[in-house]
Design a binder for this molecule. Sequence first.
Ligand SMILES: Cc1cc2nc3c(=O)[nH]c(=O)nc-3n(C[C@H](O)[C@H](O)[C@H](O)COP(=O)(O)OP(=O)(O)OC[C@H]3O[C@@H](n4cnc5c(N)ncnc54)[C@H](O)[C@@H]3O)c2cc1C
Length: 617
Amino acid sequence: ALYTEPSQLPHLTYDYVIVGAGTAGNVIASRLSENSLYSILVLEAGISAEDDLATIVPLLIPTLPPNSPHDWNYTITPQSGLDGRAFPYRRGRLLGGSSTINFMIHQYGSSEDFDKIAEITNDVGWKWDSLKQHIEKHEKIVPPADGHNTSSQYVPAIHSTNGIMPVSLAGRSQSIDARVIATTKEMPHDFPFNKDMGGGDVLGLGWIQSSIGGGKRSSSATSYLAAAINRPNVHVLINAQVTKLLHTGSLSAVPSFRAVQFARKPGAPQTVVKARKEIILSAGSIGTPQILLLSGIGPKAELQALNIPVVVDNPSVGQNLSDHIWVPNNYKVRDEDSLDDFFRDPLRFSSAMKEWHARKTGIFAGGITNNLGFFRLPSNASIFSTTRDPASGLNSAHWEMVVANFYLNYKPGVVEPVNGSYMTIQSALISSTSRGAVKLISADPFAHPLINPNYLTTPFDIFTMREAVKATKRFVSADAWRDYIESPVGGVVGTEDADIDAYVRDQALSMLHATGTASISPKGASWGVVEPDLKVKGVDGVRIVDASILPFPPSAHTQGPVYLIAERASQLIVGENLQAELDFHFRTDWVVELQAFLSSSAARMYRFCQDIPIMSN
Ligand SMILES: Cc1cc2nc3c(=O)[nH]c(=O)nc-3n(C[C@H](O)[C@H](O)[C@H](O)COP(=O)(O)OP(=O)(O)OC[C@H]3O[C@@H](n4cnc5c(N)ncnc54)[C@H](O)[C@@H]3O)c2cc1C
């Protein structure tokens, strides 16, 4: 059931309390609630926007304005690597979290990314060969909205048609598609064709898969949560911003956190709910470290400076913020079909909207791009004489290219051209090595934290962006574009490396792929925030499941990896419960078992009211 006010909650104690009904949180809620014996509460700070067309109609997403109620409306700190610029940093603040406002590109990353996580954590369960089993439950490949033949555009064998979330290939064809593919044939060394990036092999250029099904966005809310919300053991409360986790005692001298405090808005009454088994933090790469810090779990000196009582001194909380960053390379083109005219023409816009309403097809049924590719620097690139290759392996990317058939530039203050047709090639940094941090600005839980991604502050990052921009120039020099591109628009001024660097620092924006602020680490390591099983280090009762646990930026847009991580986390949690129950049964004689069986329903009722003491912190 969905509740909007704390007073509507039927209980104040649940088996599991999940913080954040976002991409990962809804996976956990859905999978755990498949067992009707577990009671689950999901607390979401944001709203439900299930009828909001901007979050349903795929191509309306570029029109969703900043400063909307769907968004946390963060701003990052001024970036020394970007000429001191600061800009909005979007995160979904609604059911589905960022999966409800993202650009729907859907893939998982390189197999080596996950193999590297397995190596870092000494946990083979994170290896790609193990993790990819979850694709079967997650993904449901459906035909694209225009029903075109996709046989040359993906490899069905590495996908699933049985999962919970509809995913499809591009829902409308674009005039540039054939030129992109022709370029892979003309320049196969620089831009090889990759028929499918969804199976762990990401390198090359090919067709995009999107979290779109039947012409509508698929989010964790429309898939996982929709499947679970009517189960009697699932309660979801929106407008509930968690202000901290409460220290409730200790287990074998390890501090326990088994209660969550939340409020609707600043000054509103605080409500406390208790978790009998576990709290799952799924508040995302910004929200999760913020909540840990507010709860006294974080760097001691930082917490003390804000008069937050320190329960667990962990210097890694909020550190290691990593992200992908991109620059637009805009070109003026000869094209009647670019989306520029479409967005400017109210008649075409409304007739396409009518088509979408009638049949869920047409321009609006597709995403913002049909093609993307992942690439590496040459192995003899000069940067490798001073910097170790940060990619997860030889089949993982350093940079990415996304091709869109309209003028795309979100830099604040940029005015879109009022006429003409355009194409944009986004050059993005993937294996970034700059690391930033999320820190509290005050002990006020409603104050936005300081978000400093520290972009482009390493020689590797600026080198790779420079090479990615140069590669774009090579790409558009192919014959395939000769009669199409008129001229670059607002691009690099000059021909020197320094000119490209200046352009990159002036133009770069975030891909909004924040990761790493509650990083996974080897069991018992002195660094990192969670153990390989995602339990918070030095804490009893809390697990983290979201993008924050990724130790480094993957070769992917980040929703796919988050879905796989959340599926595995659900399996770990359920598995631990089964193990605990088995242990219990093997230890007891039949009389005790019978008693347990007979009293289980009564016990569940009782445990709803059970009191978990709360320490002051
Ligand atoms: C505009 C945009 C475009 C993107 N485009 C793509 C794309 O095309 N493809 C792709 O793969 N990735 C994309 N991403 C990134 C991807 O969507 C995210 O990496 C991923 O969804 C993160 O999942 P998560 O579970 O970690 O966090 P989220 O999905 O953000 O979920 C966190 C949830 O926790 C809630 N929350 C936070 N703090 C609190 C609190 N204190 N109390 C209660 N609730 C709280 C939030 O409101 C939110 O619902 C994009 C992101 C954005 C913002």
